[in-house]
Write a new protein. Sequence first.
Length: 445
Amino acid sequence: MNTARAGWAEIEITPPPGLPMGGRGPQFTPGASVLDPLIAQALVLEDHGGRRTLWVSMDMIGLSYSMSSMFRYELAAMTGIPYEAIILNFSHTHSGPMTGFEGYATETPKPEALQVYEAGLIPGTVRMACEAVENLQPVTVRLHQGQSDIGINRRRRNQAGEMEMNPNPDGVYNPDLWVLDIAAKAGGDRCVVFCYGCHPVIVYGFAYDGISADYPGVCRGRLEEALGQGTHTQFIQGLAGNVRPRLLADPEAGRFRKSTPEDPVAVGEDLAGDVIDALNREGETLELDLAAAAGFALARRDRNRILPLEHWQSLAESGDEMSRNLGRYWTNRFRSGLSPVQVVPWGIGLVRLTREHRIAWLSGEVLAEWLGCLRDWLEDERLIAWGYCQDGRGYMPTDEIIPEGGYEVIRSNTFNKTGPGPFVAGINETARQGFLGLARQLEEG
């Protein structure tokens, strides 16, 4: 039997109050109080041949590509793990700091306090990853497949036929719950990694300036209580781009209700129960045979659908902070002669656990529909997909979603410097070719 090794570690990354909060576009709400801590976690897996992969999970909205690429470079340099085998995954809590500030469409300078916070984030997380490497020990690795219904699709047409952000019981979401149970052969130490796709947007509904890990933090805590103190429980965000917590949905009224302090607890406990149910299923032991490949799919923007200069000039005079920031940024950019981007380099990757088990990761806010596409293209019904990896910014719709319009297709693009126009059809084929190429790289060694 092949011998695998694994090591894990975690640190607290709670920011001080006063930093701008993420998940609100280019507007600057300072965090006022800490409701529960934010953490970063690292897991290192090593197969019998000494090949390794590193997964870092962080309670934050995401990072800009410039910062995440530097982050992964430092992790590779300090651990010796290949760059393409290092994955940063962001829980995308909307109640954490406004990391990834550089990518927002605003001319407001990055706050010095946020710069100080991020300056300590990389070395602290690199030390955590090195600790995980130092903690490597022989383990057994078992994969469990479960299901959870805590999420619901959030794209629904109103009576006028316009796409709004409201609960859609008939819309696509992924009930797949992927759980990796890693136990030390010497006994005692245990790591449980679980992936599910659902927006952590509960807390800011009742505490707009509260700092919190939202339902993933509750879930990790409940799992540790159930599985034993000291169990490393690591959440990985899936394809949550158009998925919100079902508990907040009122499908008959066609809207999401305002959240309460009890809601993140209820959702976190429900997800923890679903993880435990999955662990109680038989599962299968994995003989790790690790490999990784990564690259970019070039997703084209539709520059013909960018609103004219007059629109942005009007927004620049708005009394609303976000609209004013967007208007000023795009007005000045167009006047400077720097045109909007033609393509968005979309980070994608594949990690092989065994010859029969692969993980697809994608940067950005990936819509739930992509999982079915990936499984078809790669002819792998057991494929799991992670979103919000490396660069956690910008919605990524499929070709089928683009004509529907709505927030994820139109409005959200104006928030990012890679906007402001929507994507053009053809993104499916770009992604398909990209992933097929990565799959060939894995097969060729």
